[in-house]
Design a protein around this ligand. Structure first.
Ligand SMILES: [Zn+2]
Length: 303
């Protein structure tokens, strides 16, 4: 009996002791981020393949994207609290992909208000199990309760938190998804753009619109920014946009040309190889799918 009890205690300790090994990186005077690996989610990275950032608002932390699980969010706050111990008052979700918001439950249970686009209301249903639940280990997923925002954004809004003014920019057309939210902090010229920006791996066009995405990137280029932080990748300077912008621009050109030449989808897939990107992480997983999505989208404008 004692042995069984000991085994139960040990198993529980193991669950409690799960650690991602997160390290906060100082991005500028007010911001610390956790930068994920350039990989798809799996049982080794346990969803640590996404960015999550903490903004020092003076008396509280503002969280931009809460990460892939409860355990991740808990560990992320633990480490930034060693830098400055403050509560999290607000969490902003840049979009509905689950690697970016499954940490919401942890922060909500500690009193934070979660803010996100209206698309959460339309697309995320409480009876559906997120893909993360199957793709990462049960230890990493422990305690995760999918928690959608309690405050929805459907137009540009201002958010005043202590000393810093925050602008929420609602992208009102389909870009990376049909509900992308940008977060701009003018005082420190910092813009969070979620998955409109990937700079360590190939972007995924699956839920997006190539024209809308490029339009949003062009809008971002005109903004007064010093720090640009995306959903994937740790480049935060002026070059942060380059990979996504150049790849999508070339992809659109090539797909339009294939359509002009009346190539069918299989011929387009065959010829649009873009081998210059084959060393970019996730090329094998994403590129053909991106060609197909772009082709299906752009064939409408050529008719
Ligand atoms: Zn995404």
């Amino acid at each position: 009996m004692k042995k069984i009890l000991l085994a139960i205690v040990l198993v529980n300790l193991q669950v409690l002791a799960f650690e991602y090994g997160l390290t906060p990186v100082k991005v500028n005077e007010s911001i610390y981020c956790y930068f994920g690996k350039p990989e798809v989610m799996n049982k080794e990275n346990n969803g640590n393949m996404v960015n999550s950032c903490f903004v020092n608002m003076g008396t509280s932390w503002l969280v931009i994207d809460s990460g892939p699980s409860y355990m991740y969010a808990k560990e992320a706050l633990l480490h930034v609290n060693k830098i400055k111990k403050m509560p999290v008052k607000f969490v902003i979700n840049t979009h509905i992909h689950d690697d970016h918001w499954l940490g919401n439950g942890y922060f909500a249970s500690h009193g934070a208000t979660i803010i996100g686009s209206m698309l959460f209301k339309k697309e995320i249903h409480s009876d559906e199990t997120p893909r993360m639940a199957h793709r990462i280990s049960s230890e990493a997923y422990a305690n995760t309760v999918p928690t959608i925002p309690s405050r929805f954004v459907s137009k540009d809004e201002d958010l005043d938190i202590a000393s810093l003014h925050v602008k929420l920019i609602n992208v009102d057309y389909k870009a990376h998804t049909n509900g992308d939210l940008l977060v701009y902090i003018p005082k420190i010229k910092t813009l969070f753009v979620g998955d409109l920006l990937f700079n360590d791996r190939l972007p995924s066009l699956r839920d997006g619109d190539i024209n809308g995405w490029l339009k949003a990137l062009e809008m971002i280029k005109t903004m007064n920014t010093r720090t640009l932080i995306g959903g994937h990748g740790d480049i935060t300077n002026k070059k942060a946009l380059d990979l996504t912008y150049e790849y999508l621009t070339k992809l659109r050109e090539k797909v339009r040309k294939a359509l002009e030449e009346e190539k069918d989808i299989s011929e387009a897939l065959e010829s649009i190889t873009m081998k210059e990107y084959e060393d970019t992480a996730l090329f094998d997983v994403m590129h053909k799918q991106n060609v197909e999505v772009a082709y299906r989208m752009l064939e409408w404008e050529s008719e």
